[in-house]
Design a protein around this ligand. Sequence first.
Ligand SMILES: [Fe+2]
Ligand SMILES: [Fe+2]
Length: 288
Amino acid sequence: MTSEGAIAGPAAGGCLGGRPGGSVARAIRRALLTGDSAAKAMATRAVARDWRLGRLEFAFDAAMPDQPARPAAPELLPPNRMPKRGRGNSVRGRIALWHALAHIEFVAIDLALDMAGRFGAEMGAPFVSDFLAVAADEAMHFALIERHLRSMGSQYGALPAHDGLWESAQATRDDVAARLAVVPMVLEARGLDVTPLTLARVRAAGDERGALILERILDDEIRHVRIGANHFAACAERAEIPLANLWKTLVARHFRGSVKPPFNDSARLAAGLPRDLYAEVATPEMPG
Ligand SMILES: [Fe+2]
Ligand SMILES: [Fe+2]
């Protein structure tokens, strides 16, 4: 499932200086400011491809928007106003689940684009490569889920979605270490904990196609968390602060939720997060 569609033809020859696609920052900004969901997914994969093929210049001459463009639907509601999803296997319940997953992946596209575009200048070209590859993965995850939703007779935008996911980006917009500490190492790591449970439920309900999509996403997300953890380690080293101390301080300062079990320790370890890092900051699970 990695087909990229037709590879664009070779860049026009005879360019005088620069790269044919202009600066990477402008290309990322354009994708962030694309609201329509299918168009954003396509624009994102195009930026990642153009960067990989050397068509974009390592230049940061455009600011990232504080709020990326969003499609007219879904309606965004505060988390406490979201309708209850329920756990049933009714078609409505399944659609609600996949719609919520589509929204998470849609916001993940913007989070990865913003990471590359906002912090790429200070972090360097390998960082840009890593997070544009992540953005392309998120765009693919969104497309797979959206196609699955359509097979159930629904689509992204048909239900409300919750508005809290961009908050962490806002809270960490001035500090790359804080962004890495919170977005890949808390939020995406949380995905590693919950996805196997969702996957088991989807498979038990007989939705094998859905289960395969979630398996692929879980594999990719382990890699995303690892990328985040590696760049965070480089930040800690540069700041000459022990990694665990820096991570705990930044999470306490910038993350309003709690880091809580159950943890998928093996997936977290594979992603570069050893248990002794997060177990200490975890809120204990309430008995009963
Ligand atoms: Fe994803
Ligand atoms: Fe991800």
